[in-house]
Design a protein around this ligand. Structure first.
Ligand code: AKG
Ligand code: FE2
Length: 417
């Protein structure tokens, strides 16, 4: 990140005064297509798409050199089943049944990739149908569970990725996924976990995306406040007073940027393999924090009748929140702490000139300074939250107030950077 972009971003967030970025629904009638990697910089993406929180599609030129596009695809553009079987045949992969609804998602089971590919071949032979139904391999953690060496290069645009940086630092998990499935597989209407951004590259095949700007999903709620499962089913969009969704057809090699809090639904129009990552950084951190507060409120409402009879009711709410949402307030603090300490270290190490960060060199001082300012703003709100004040923070090191002070000092020290 260069200095000018950082100052631009900091003034953008000062102008929002804690309100949600991208909270004001932009009126778009199409999604931009970015043709040429040579004339599209990190600053262009940051100012044009990440900060305003609007989607875009990058041409296949951006992924031309990826190993997966050579090895996983046959010369005719189909999934290379033989290669996949040779390299990953015995790996257990999660498979969703698109034909069965479980709340607003699909039930998943694990099977060896070999079994899934046998099913897929059978489905193709059966003219895109099988007695086993419509099965979609989703959320396979290839990078976490095997080696993804040489398969893809993280595009610089998506390199400020705190979610994966955090999980890599802890060494236990990640939010890097492979999806693969035949024509007709699809992902129901949703917004991404923790209101993260996502990016998605088709290694082969095509996807159709339906995008709804944040807030527009409200018009789609049913009488019980529930969101639709399938926005393409009759009677959903044609009976709704809301604007039609943005539609995107993503071709092989193309890369889609999914902004924070945008609901979307995705259909594979052909045999398709994609790499998808979820990511959070200083630009959508407020969205994540806002989402966590909403999740806690929902839990508190659900178990409200026991509030007066349970002395540790607040603690239980945090426990329930963790099991439903994957994270609670204490862990959110830990996430902020891990990233904050890494950024403060970068700033302490050198106030030299910015060495513009490729994805391997890590954030430079300008990026670190921006990150520190974002964490400081959100941590101030966390520390002031009455439910965070009920969390037992004695065991946290440093204590949240101490970290906040270090960050605020960092903000002052980097003002002239
Ligand atoms: O490709 C899909 O089926 C879903 C992708 C998705 O929802 C995402 O990348 O956020
Ligand atoms: Fe998604």
């Amino acid at each position: 990140m260069d200095r000018e972009t950082r100052l631009f971003a900091e003034s953008h967030f000062r102008g929002l005064r804690g309100r949600l970025p991208g909270g004001v629904c932009p009126t778009l009638d199409c999604v931009d297509f970015i043709e040429n990697p040579d004339s599209f910089s990190y600053a262009d993406f940051f100012k044009g798409y990440l900060l305003p929180n609007v989607p875009c599609v990058f041409s296949s030129a951006f992924t031309e050199t990826w190993g997966s596009r050579r090895h996983w695809v046959t010369p005719s553009g189909k999934p290379n089943f033989d290669y996949l079987l040779r390299n990953y045949g015995d790996v257990l992969v999660p498979v969703a049944n698109c034909g069965v609804r479980e709340y607003n998602s699909n039930p998943k089971e694990y099977m060896p990739l070999r079994e899934y590919i046998n099913y897929w071949k059978e489905y193709i032979r059966g003219d895109n149908s099988s007695p086993r139904g419509c099965l979609y391999l989703k959320d396979w953690h290839l990078c976490r569970d095997s080696s993804a060496e040489g398969l893809f290069t993280l595009p610089v645009y998506f390199s400020s990725d705190w979610l994966n940086e955090y999980w890599d630092a802890l060494g236990v998990d990640d939010y890097r996924f492979i999806y693969m499935g035949p024509t007709g597989t699809w992902s129901p209407f949703h917004a991404d976990i923790f209101r993260s951004f996502s990016w998605s590259v088709n290694i082969c095949g095509r996807k159709k995306w339906f995008f709804f700007p944040p807030g527009q999903e409200e018009a789609l709620r049913d009488g019980h406040g529930g969101l639709p499962y399938d926005v393409t089913s009759p009677g959903i969009l044609n009976s709704c007073p809301c604007p039609l969704p943005l539609e995107v057809t993503q071709e092989a090699g193309e890369m889609v940027f999914v902004p924070s809090g945008w609901h979307h639904q995705v259909h594979n129009l052909e045999d398709t393999i994609s790499i998808n990552h979820n990511w959070v950084n200083g630009c959508n951190l407020t969205n994540m924090w806002q989402f966590l507060q909403q999740e806690l409120c929902a839990v508190q409402q659900e178990v409200g009748q026991w509030r007066d009879t349970m002395p540790d009711w607040h603690h239980h709410c945090q426990v329930i929140m963790r099991s439903c949402s994957g994270i609670n307030f204490g862990e959110f603090y830990h996430f902020l702490k891990v990233i904050a300490e890494r950024r403060l270290l970068i700033l302490a190490k050198g106030r030299g000139p910015e060495v513009e960060g490729g994805e391997d060199s890590g954030p430079g001082p300008q990026q670190a300074a921006f990150d520190v300012s974002r964490i400081a703003e959100v941590l101030a709100s966390v520390v002031a939250h009455p439910d965070f004040q009920k969390v037992d923070t004695c065991v946290f090191s440093p204590r949240p107030e101490e970290l906040l002070q270090q960050l605020e000092e960092g903000v002052v020290a980097t003002a002239s950077l």
